[in-house]
Write a protein that binds this ligand. Structure first.
Ligand SMILES: Nc1ncnc2c1ncn2[C@@H]1O[C@H](COP(=O)(O)OP(=O)(O)OP(=O)(O)O)[C@@H](O)[C@H]1O
Length: 282
């Protein structure tokens, strides 16, 4: 049976005085790539932050890898990349140092990095296509490259679930494509991804399922918008997805012509990169 990696039931979240999520039911199964979509302020970041244990639930339940959040301790199984932050942060650090910091949860305290730690860092840097920038200062990288370094930092911990909040926001198309390639390698090893997106862009062919939020409620859970079977999923009558999409304020960017339609043959689960050059299976 497929493992349920994220299981959210009846989740309510209130921030300050404001109710933000209103009874969210939502799940991610092992090996899935699930995207959260929706207009600004619909609650996407709040939902992933709740899943990452960063904001408390007012009501409802969240389970990770089959364990209730309150007793979940295996945080090293989760790599979380928050919404765009600068990787530099005023600290003079190289790409390698930033990425290596993502390995700390796997290391024993006060013991030098093992061969496995060093290899994991090298693989993560390769994964996001920054091998030629390994020893460069993080502040010399473009915004998109810094974002890739943060993704590599999350990947260095070899998580089973990668949670990414708008990894492509403000990122140049070259970095978006590099990220899509690295994500394809990551999911080819059966790992799981939950990500917030505004536009699917080069990631369209990787996404298995889209969950759209509108004002803190789920209004669509099924094939990504624009895909041929969208709206005919889980008993939804055709056309409902389009209505949900409109309600969620989604634009034509998510519709055919922007890559969401016509899923190419190189879908991750049948991908020639199976196992990957970076050893995600190891
Ligand atoms: N710390 C906070 N205190 C009070 N309200 C907040 C807080 N953080 C977010 N909100 C509100 O919660 C709602 C959902 O915000 P959230 O950031 O989750 O939406 P989003 O869908 O991720 O938006 P965006 O696409 O702009 O990032 C918004 O109305 C926002 O103003």
């Amino acid at each position: 049976m497929t493992e349920r990696v994220v299981d959210v039931r009846g989740l309510h979240v209130t921030l300050g005085e404001q109710p933000v999520l209103h009874g969210i039911d939502f799940h991610v199964d092992a090996g899935e790539v699930v995207t959260l979509l929706g207009a600004n302020g619909s609650g996407k970041s709040t939902l992933v932050r709740a899943v990452a244990g960063l904001v408390p639930a007012a009501a409802g339940d969240i389970a990770l890898f089959g364990r209730p959040l309150r007793s979940f301790r295996e945080w090293r199984r989760i790599g979380y990349v928050p919404q765009r932050t600068t990787a530099a942060g005023g600290v003079p650090a190289t790409v390698k140092e930033v990425v290596a910091s993502g390995r700390l949860a796997r290391r024993k305290p006060f013991v030098p990095a093992s061969r496995a730690d060093r290899d994991a860092v090298t693989r993560a840097i390769d994964l996001v296509g920054l091998a030629d920038r390994t020893n460069d200062g993080i502040d010399t990288l473009s915004g998109g490259q810094q974002q890739r370094a943060l993704i590599a930092r999350a990947a260095a911990g070899e998580p089973d679930l990668l949670v990414l909040d708008e990894p492509n926001a403000g990122v140049d198309i070259r970095s978006q494509e590099a990220f899509a390639r690295s994500l394809r390698t990551f999911v080819a090893s059966g790992r799981t991804v939950l990500l917030v997106l505004h536009e699917m862009g080069p990631l369209a062919s990787l996404v298995d399922r889209a969950v759209a939020l509108d004002s803190g409620r789920v209004v669509h859970d099924g094939p990504p918008p624009g895909r041929a079977d969208a709206g005919a999923h889980e008993g939804q009558e055709p056309g409902r997805a389009a209505a949900a999409r409109a309600a969620a304020g989604m634009t034509e960017d998510l519709t055919p012509g922007h890559g969401a339609a016509g899923v190419p043959d190189d879908h991750p689960h049948s991908n020639e990169e199976q196992g990957g050059p970076f050893g995600w299976n190891s």
